[in-house]
Every structure is written in C-alpha cells, then in structure tokens.
Design a protein around this ligand. Structure first.
Ligand code: SDX
Length: 439
C-alpha cells in the first residue's frame, strides 16, 4: 500500500478518487519498488458494480512480482535487480536460471550442485522415445515440445502436496529435459540416431552435442558458438508478464500440474506475434534477399495496413525504446559473423532494414524498434540450428522464467484462481423456438 502525507504531515494511505453516477469512491494506490504506480481495483465490482475493460490487458497489472523489472520507456531490463547487460557479459544461463528461480546469485558450490543436478535430471523416460516415432514427418518441433512436455506428467506424476525436494526435482526435470526433447526431435527429423546427454558436459555444450554429434561425427564445439547460444538463452530467460508467462500463471492458478502449465506456456510462445517471430524474421530477410531488394520495398509493404507483411522483429507492447536485448544480440552478431565461414549476407540486410525503419516516420512515430527477435535468429542460423527450431530455443531459454513466475505465484499469499470478467454483448434473453416453427 502506498502512503502520502496530509497537511499536518501525517502519513495517510494514498488513494485514487473515482466518481461514478454522482458517487465518489476511494481506491487504494499501490507503488512498486521502482516507483511504478497502480490503482488497486480489487474491491471495484463489490463497491461500485462496475468492472474495468482493457483490451490486451495493456493497462492491467495481473500480479505483484519480484522476478523481473522492465522499464519500456528507458529500455531497462533487470532479472532480480541485476541489469541484463551485466548478466549477459558476466553470467551463464545456468547461473541466471538459479537466480530467477531462487532470487539470489548462487555461490560457487550452489552453482556446481545445481548444474550437476540439472545434468542428472536430463534423461527422459526411455518409453517416451516411442512418441517420436508417432509424430508425422515434418511435425513442427514446437508441437512436439508442447505435447511431450505435457506428457512428462504421466511419467513423473506430480504429488498433490509437493515438498521442497519434489518441487526442486520437477523444476530440474523441466529446465533440463526441454533441451533433451528438443535435440531428440531434431535427430528424429533428420533420421539420425539420438545422442544422449553426457554427465561430462555443461548445459549448452550438452545441448549442442546432442544436436550435432553422431556415431560417425564428433561435434566440434566452437567456443564462440557455445558462448553465443548461452547468451541467447540468458537474454530469453524471462520478461515479466509477457503472453506466455501470463499463460503459465493463468494455467497454474487452477493448480494444474507444472508440466501441463509449462506446456501451455510453450503453446502460447509459438505464435508469430510472440516467440514465433524469430523464425519469421529470417524468412523476411530471405524474402528481401531473394527479391534482390534493399528492404525499402518490404518496409513499404510492412507499413501498409492492408498488406499481410509486417516488419517482423520490430515493435513491442512494452518497449517504446530499444529492446536492450536487441542491442546485445546485434553486438554478438557483429562479433560472431565476422569469423571465417560465418559471414551471413542476411546480417547486412538486417542492418540496412533497421536503418531504413529507424529513419522512417511510420516506425519512429509509433515507437517501433528492433525487439529481441530481430537479431536472435542470425545467431541461431550461425550455430546451424534449423529455422523451425528457433522458437524451441526461445522456449528452452524461457523455461526458468516461466518456472520462477509459477513458483512465485504458487508460494504467494494471494494465490487464487485467475478468472477475468467480461462485458457481454450478445442477445438479451429470448424464448426457445420449436424447430418446426423456425424460418
Ligand atoms: C516477443 O511481451 C513480451 O515481453 C514479448 C517478448 C518476450 O520476451 O516475452 O519480448 C518476446 O514476443 C517480442 C515481439 C515479437 N513479435 C514480433 O516481432 C512481431 C511483429 N511485431 C508486432 O506484431 C507488434 O509490434 C507486437 C505484437 C510485438 C506488439 O503489438 P501491439 O503492442 O499490440 O502493437 P499494435 O499492434 O497495437 O501496433 C501499434 C501500431 C499499429 O499501427 P496503427 O494502428 O497505429 O496504424 O504499430 C503498428 C501497428 O500496425 N505496428 C507495426 C508493427 N508492430 C506494430 N507495423 C509494422 N510492423 C510491425 N512489426
């Protein structure tokens, strides 16, 4: 609850006044640790009979959270108070996953134990391998991931009452096995034998080895690629109440099991407006390349509301300034793509497209800047990740964030089922008409 001082300097609860049909109501004002302000409308319907309406929840806070802070105007992103550029430069994905889940950076021993625990939890049940035979050839790996993650609950039933040990195991299963499932779906798609995770390798090297090594080919782990993928996962690890995280909170609020909850998050992320954009950005860059264009024609189409094209990887519901993750990924592309054999003409097209858009009144006036997806696909392309797995990599990165929000809600004192209201616009009451009398 926020406080203000009255004329005599006495602290009084800060309130907002609402006048409805001639009556005045006072609603409490809530302030966050970074000064964000909200009018708490929890009592609104009970005291006034009114609800609020807010398309896309653009102005609605669903919860109090201490996991991630974003300032969209200033382009600020912090996980548990740590700025994203510091974590990107100094941390690792495993350490960031621990930070998001438990709120503090781990000690060396804690990190070692957590990393080993993730490795020990990276095998999926052998009977699950039969699923992969059943999926039709060419199945999108996000469909395979969402389905297989939901099925984990049949192999690892979630106890009614989860003690701390059971919860830790489920969190480790999910963070570790989304990576294993992704690699298996890739190997199955190319008809190669699966490669099991190794206890000797850490998170990202294990993933890349499961993806690209084979009985006849050693996976040469290029350090720069390992670093770039680790950075990709750090930057995708959380982003407060985005569409898929809100889906996780909503699904988890019914006490659905955690595997089903994360499967719901994966499904929400799949959409091209959300996590599916990274794959669409590369398609867009290839289209411009194949049209031998410089991007101006594509940008023209992206501005035309009647044309289906949009500038993928541009715009954001919260960032009305540069997405700090896009800046970090752009620098990572500059570094990675100048390596011999890594040069990618799509990067030059992306740089030109960004320059055109950032000098175009349509984008500038709407505060449309590159978001996390604009450059991320180029990193994955350089690593040899197939396009249809780009959003899968996003999901692997976002899993610790989804779980951090689920944990915060599950252990929170105001943990209730989420059930928004509506304004009904359908038919008013009418009498049933017998079929014989219908026209
Ligand atoms: C992610 O929420 C998160 O935090 C998400 C995320 C995370 O980490 O979880 O950051 C990850 O999802 C990033 C966003 C990835 N999506 C894309 O890159 C797809 C392209 N972007 C757009 O679809 C759009 O910008 C959204 C969906 C990202 C945001 O949409 P909004 O906030 O609903 O904005 P809007 O559709 O109301 O657009 C406002 C105006 C409209 O024009 P006018 O009605 O004013 O004429 O801007 C235009 C839009 O037509 N516009 C675009 C555009 N994005 C918005 N025009 C062309 N190209 C675009 N990309």
């Amino acid at each position: 609850m926020s406080e203000t001082r009255n004329a005599n300097g006495k602290a009084t609860p800060e309130t907002a006044r609402l006048i409805l049909e001639g009556r005045e109501y006072e609603l409490p004002v809530v302030r966050g640790t970074e000064g964000e302000k909200a009018v708490d409308i929890s009592s609104l319907r009970r005291t006034t009979g009114y609800i609020t309406l807010d398309k896309g929840y653009e102005n609605t806070g669903s919860c109090r959270s201490s996991v991630t802070f974003i300032d969209g105007e200033k382009g600020i992103l912090r996980y548990r108070g740590y700025p994203i550029d510091e974590l990107a430069a100094k941390s690792t994905f495993t350490e960031v996953a621990y930070l998001l889940l438990y709120g503090e950076l781990p000690t060396t021993i804690q990190l070692e134990e957590f990393s080993t625990f993730l490795n020990e939890s990276s095998l999926i049940h052998e009977d699950m391998l039969h699923f992969f035979v059943g999926f039709p050839r060419g199945s999108h790996p996000m469909g395979i991931l969402a389905t297989t993650v939901a099925s984990l609950s049949t192999f690892y039933p979630v106890p009614e009452v989860m003690d701390e040990k059971a919860e830790r195991q489920i969190l480790a299963n999910l963070i570790s096995q989304v990576r294993t499932i992704a690699a298996i779906s890739y190997k199955k798609s190319i008809g190669e034998p699966i490669v099991y995770p190794s206890y000797k390798l850490r998170y990202v090297p294990n993933f890349l080895t499961m993806m690209f090594s084979s009985p006849v080919k050693e996976s040469d782990l290029d350090d720069d690629i390992v670093q770039a993928i680790d950075l990709f996962l750090i930057l995708h690890a959380d982003h407060e109440q985005n569409c898929s995280t809100s889906t996780v909170r909503l699904t988890g609020s019914s006490l659905a099991n955690v595997y089903a909850v994360i499967s719901a998050g994966i499904s929400a992320l799949w959409g091209p407006r959300h996590g599916g954009a990274n794959q669409e950005v590369i398609r867009m860059l290839e289209k411009i390349r194949d049209e031998h264009g410089d991007g101006t024609e594509y940008v023209r189409r992206a501005k035309d509301r009647n044309a289906p094209d949009r500038l993928m990887g541009f715009g954001h519901r919260v960032y009305k300034n540069f997405d700090p993750r896009a800046k970090i990924l752009k620098e990572a592309c500059h570094k990675l793509l100048k390596k011999p054999g890594m040069i990618d003409p799509l990067f030059d097209i992306a740089l030109r497209l960004e320059d055109i858009a950032l000098h175009d009144e349509y984008f500038v006036s709407r505060n449309l800047y590159p978001n996390v997806d604009f450059y991320s696909g180029l990193i994955l392309r350089a690593a040899g990740i197939p396009y249809d797995m780009f959003t899968v990599l996003f999901a692997i990165g976002r899993t610790p964030g989804w779980l951090a929000h689920w944990r915060e809600m599950y252990h929170g004192e105001d943990f209730r089922i989420m059930r928004p209201r509506q304004i009904y616009t359908g038919s008013t009451c009418r009498t049933y008409v017998d079929r014989s009398r219908r026209r």
